[in-house]
Design a protein around this ligand. Structure first.
Ligand code: ZN
Length: 134
């Protein structure tokens, strides 16, 4: 089975090709902060460092993203969103990302901040004091 036909890692219910693939390939831009969040989670799950860097706001973008091969991403729960819509310039998405590291279940909870610049959403950073677990 081609990975394009498999369920998207963000668990939207669609196949990867009908979901985050268009964002990862650059064919489309995530229309909302939540979609950028979902596509970044999928990029983590697929080990797509290039997309993670490209979707990071230039102001806070690191040199590179260290992808831990011991981690397998299992599920993304969107807890809440603030703004981040089609007409907004900034947004907040709180999420819980479930993963297994060396076979042990764990989760990362974060309140992520997003900015839209030149009609494109970018991940800015984690809101201070938002990191729980990990
Ligand atoms: Zn997806």
């Amino acid at each position: 089975m081609n990975s394009l036909d498999q369920r998207c890692p963000c668990l939207s219910g669609d196949t990867y090709s009908a979901c985050c693939a268009r964002f990862h390939s650059g064919a489309a831009r995530p229309p909302t902060a939540e979609w950028l969040m979902r596509s970044r989670y999928s990029a983590f799950a697929r080990g797509d460092e290039r997309y993670l860097l490209n979707s990071w706001h230039p102001v806070t973008r690191p040199e590179r993203v260290e992808l831990n091969a011991e981690i397998s991403w299992r599920r993304l729960d969107i807890v809440r969103t603030e703004r981040g819509g089609l007409l907004d310039k900034e947004g907040v998405v709180e999420f819980i990302a479930h993963y297994r590291e060396n076979g042990i279940a764990a989760q990362q909870r974060e309140v992520s901040r997003f900015l839209k610049t030149d009609h494109q959403w970018y991940y800015l950073d984690a809101a201070p004091d938002s990191l729980i677990g990990g």
